[in-house]
Ligand binder design. Sequence first.
Ligand code: NAP
Length: 358
Amino acid sequence: MQNSPPSAAPLPALWDRFPSLAGAAFMPTVDRRACAVGPAARLRGGSIGHDATSMRILLTGASGSIGAALAPALIRQGHDVRGFGREPARVTAGIPVIRGDAVTGVGLDEALDGIDVAYFLIHSMEGSDRAGFEARERASAENFVVAAQRAGVRRVVYLGGIVPRRRTLSRHLGSRLEVERVLLAGLPEAVALRASIVIGASSRSFRFMVHLVERMKLLALPAWRENRTQPIDVRDVRAFLLAAATTPQAAGGLSLDIAGPDVLTYGRMIERIADLMLVQRRTLRFGRNVTPIVAPVAARVAGEDPGFIGPLMESLEGDLLPRDEHAAQLLGVRLHSFDRAVERALREWEAAEPLSAR
Ligand SMILES: NC(=O)c1ccc[n+]([C@@H]2O[C@H](COP(=O)([O-])OP(=O)(O)OC[C@H]3O[C@@H](n4cnc5c(N)ncnc54)[C@H](OP(=O)(O)O)[C@@H]3O)[C@@H](O)[C@H]2O)c1
């Protein structure tokens, strides 16, 4: 699959609303997607900037790492929050959960009934038919859009992955982008946020790196160690997700890259994590990317599913940098540094479970 990120559309009105952006050296690259279909506006008189208090919110992916981090903040803001998932017992946020499956569409009508804003945080690369995760992810998004249209839900907030600028998309990132396209095409106020690695105690990609550092005295770093990205603190992701629910910028659809302030290579990121864990690790550097060999071994060491680690590692084979950096200003989010993010995540981790390397 070729990398073909949606083209950027200049947005003159943005300068009026955010004068501080006007002198910036970059062109705004807010992607807007016209509403393809959708019932008449029902929410808050159809206004685009939603009433920030007491909305009826559907949180899909409530049992996942991002959904679980978001739920308490939504509750604190006074919203009426409902979850959706295949096994309600996995949701620990103390919210009512509608049992369902987005791939089959079961439960979506009930879950979306009466909802003001829906979060789409559904993601799964595992299962017996791993070859087909893209089809399942697309089916989930399509079923969701059809059910949301039926329910008159206009705004969905999605968190996907950063799209590399100059290389072929990995299957994982291609699938994340396809979900974004389905949501933006189908719902008039869809907001897609694209992030690289999320640093948080329960974020799977961060946990994978920490487990490798924890369990390996010698770290094998393939050629992708030189590629750069901008990891983001889960607290900042949460702030972006909260702001996206009410931003008046969502009319016609909005796609933003959200990124932390520090640019790091993957190799440097792993070294920093080791430093912040106060452990010393030697590294073995390969000149090539040997993902098919390294991924299953790394998955086994970290106690992870190879069906998750393989596609994740394929996504590292090039820079993963944001299109621009104006999302923080647009949505009013102050960013934490990489070191602060890791320190906080490790602290939270150790409060709940031991880290054997320390
Ligand atoms: N974590 C990161 O580092 C990171 C980085 C960038 C972007 N993101 C994006 O953030 C989003 C959420 O990621 P995450 O890390 O929170 O994922 P996660 O921890 O793996 O959680 C995935 C969620 O999807 C739900 N789900 C999977 N299949 C489903 C189905 N058929 N029907 C209903 N629910 C289903 C799961 O719920 P049940 O299993 O309980 O049904 C689970 O709550 C994803 O779009 C991901 O691309 C994450």
